[in-house]
Design a protein around this ligand. Structure first.
Ligand SMILES: [Zn+2]
Length: 400
C-alpha cells in the first residue's frame, strides 16, 4: 500500500530499522516527521503476542492512529541509479513502440519502484523532468525523481562550444544532475573499455560548467584515468567503477567523492539465461565486470569511501526488484547496516539532501517504509519486499 502525504499518522511502539531493542512513538504531520520519541515508560508487547501486530488487511483500513508494535520503520529507500524512462535494453526497440505504450510502461516502472520501498530515485539518464512530473501527476505516483536527462558520451566529444550548447539544453529541461559517460560499458570491447570518451580538458569543462550552474555530476566510469579526473574535478559520485584501484579509493575518500557500484546488474547481465538474455559477447563482458566488482567494493569500504545504493535497472523485468542490490552489496562485504545506509543516510548525503531525507528524524520529510518484520532478519530481499506493509511518501518534495 502506498500512502501519499498523510496529514496525520501516528505509530506507537514501532521499531526503527537498524536500532536494536528500542521502540518509538512516531507522529507524522503534513508529510513530515513531527515527533520521534523513544518509548521508555510503558511495557511494549512483542510481535505475535496477542493483538499487537497490525495485519495487512488492518493496515489497509488505516485510521489516524495505529499501533506500531511488531512493525519496523525505515526511511524511504533511495535508488541513486535507475533508468525509469527506458523500456528496452536496446534503445532501438523502444523507438518501435507507440508513445502511449511507452508512457504506460514508464508509469509501471515508477509504480514498481515505489512498491519496492524506493521513495526517491536519481534517474541516471534518459528521463526528462517534465516527463517525470507528468507521470507523477497523471498517474498519481508519488515517487520523488531527480533527473539528469541526456547523458554526455562519446558523440559529445566535439569540443567546448558543443558541450556548452548541449549542457544548456539539459539545464533548461529542469535536470538537477549532469551524467558523464566517461568510459565505455557493456557495448565496448574489454581491452578498450577504460579508454576515456572525452579529452581531459573536455571532462574538466563539463564538471566545472555544471558546478557553475548549481548542478551536480555523476560519472559512469568502469575505471582507469577517468576516475582520477573525477577526483580532481570533485564530482559527486563515480558509478560502476569495477576496476577501481585501492589507491584511487583512498583518494576518493579524501576528496569526498562517493561510489555507487550498481553491482547486481552485472551479475544479471552475465547470466545468458537471465532476464536480460544478452548475446554471449555481451554477457562475457558483464562476467568480467562482475568478477572485478567485489574487489572494488572492498577497496571502497576499507578506505572509507561513501558508498551509495544504485541498481541501474532499466527494463520492466527489473524495475521493482531494486532490493536485490542489497544482496549483492552484502555478498561483496557490506554488513546489513552498511548496505541499508547506502540506500538511506549515505544516499541522502550524496544527493546533498540529508536535511530532508535518509532518516526517521524530527523535521525530515516523512518518506518511509513500514515492514512487518525486521528486514535484517530476512532470509532474502524477496522476503523483505513481501513484508512491506506500506510505503509512505511526503507531500512536499521538489528536490532538484
Ligand atoms: Zn546506468
Amino acid at each position: 500500500m502506498i500512502v501519499q502525504a498523510p496529514e496525520k499518522k501516528d505509530f506507537q511502539g514501532i521499531h526503527i530499522v537498524g536500532i536494536l531493542d528500542k521502540r518509538f512513538d512516531i507522529s507524522i504531520r503534513d508529510g513530515k516527521f513531527q515527533a520521534v520519541k523513544e518509548v521508555t515508560d510503558r511495557p511494549v508487547k512483542e510481535a505475535g503476542e496477542g493483538d499487537g501486530a497490525v495485519t495487512l488487511s488492518e493496515a489497509s483500513e488505516w485510521n489516524e492512529a495505529e499501533t506500531g508494535e511488531g512493525l519496523w520503520m525505515s526511511p524511504g529507500l533511495i535508488d541513486l541509479h535507475t533508468h525509469l524512462a527506458w523500456t528496452d535494453f536496446d534503445h532501438a526497440d523502444q523507438l518501435k513502440r507507440e508513445p502511449q505504450e511507452i508512457e504506460a510502461m514508464q508509469a509501471q516502472a515508477f509504480e514498481a519502484t515505489l512498491r519496492a520501498g524506493i521513495t526517491t530515485a536519481r534517474d541516471a539518464g534518459g528521463l526528462a523532468q517534465p516527463t517525470a512530473d507528468h507521470i507523477l501527476r497523471h498517474y498519481g505516483l508519488p515517487l520523488r525523481v531527480i533527473t539528469s536527462n541526456g547523458m554526455f558520451g562519446a558523440s559529445d566529444a566535439r569540443g567546448i562550444e558543443h558541450l556548452k550548447v548541449r549542457m544548456n539544453e539539459v539545464f533548461a529541461s529542469g535536470a538537477g544532475w549532469i551524467k558523464i559517460m566517461a568510459t565505455g560499458g557493456l557495448g565496448a570491447p574489454t581491452e578498450k573499455v577504460l579508454e576515456p570518451n572525452f579529452s581531459e580538458q573536455e571532462f574538466a569543462f563539463i564538471v566545472k560548467y555544471a558546478h557553475d550552474h548549481g548542478k551536480k555530476v555523476l560519472v559512469h566510469s568502469w575505471g582507469g584515468v577517468t576516475i582520477d579526473w573525477s577526483i580532481q574535478a570533485g564530482v559527486a559520485s563515480v558509478e560502476h567503477g569495477m576496476f577501481l584501484t585501492a589507491d584511487q579509493a583512498g583518494r576518493m575518500a579524501a576528496a569526498g567523492v562517493a561510489y555507487v557500484p550498481t553491482a547486481s546488474i552485472y551479475r544479471i547481465a552475465a547470466d545468458p539465461k537471465g532476464v536480460l538474455a544478452l548475446p554471449p559477447l555481451i554477457s562475457d563482458r558483464a562476467a568480467r565486470a562482475a568478477e572485478a566488482h567485489p574487489r572494488a567494493v572492498e577497496y571502497a569500504r576499507r578506505e572509507g569511501v561513501l558508498i551509495g545504493f544504485g541498481t541501474d535497472y532499466a527494463t520492466p523485468a527489473l524495475h521493482g526488484s531494486n532490493l536485490m542490490e542489497l544482496d549483492t552489496l552484502r555478498e561483496y562485504g557490506l554488513s546489513w547496516e552498511e548496505a541499508w545506509q547506502s540506500a538511506t543516510s549515505n544516499a541522502a548525503r550524496i544527493l546533498d539532501a540529508e536535511r530532508q531525507l535518509g532518516a526517521v528524524a524530527e523535521g525530515l520529510l516523512a518518506d518511509a517504509v513500514v515492514f512487518r518484520q525486521d528486514p535484517f532478519q530476512a532470509e532474502s530481499t524477496r522476503h523483505i519486499q513481501d513484508n512491506i506493509a506500506m510505503v509512505i511518501t511526503a507531500r512536499e518534495g521538489s528536490l532538484v
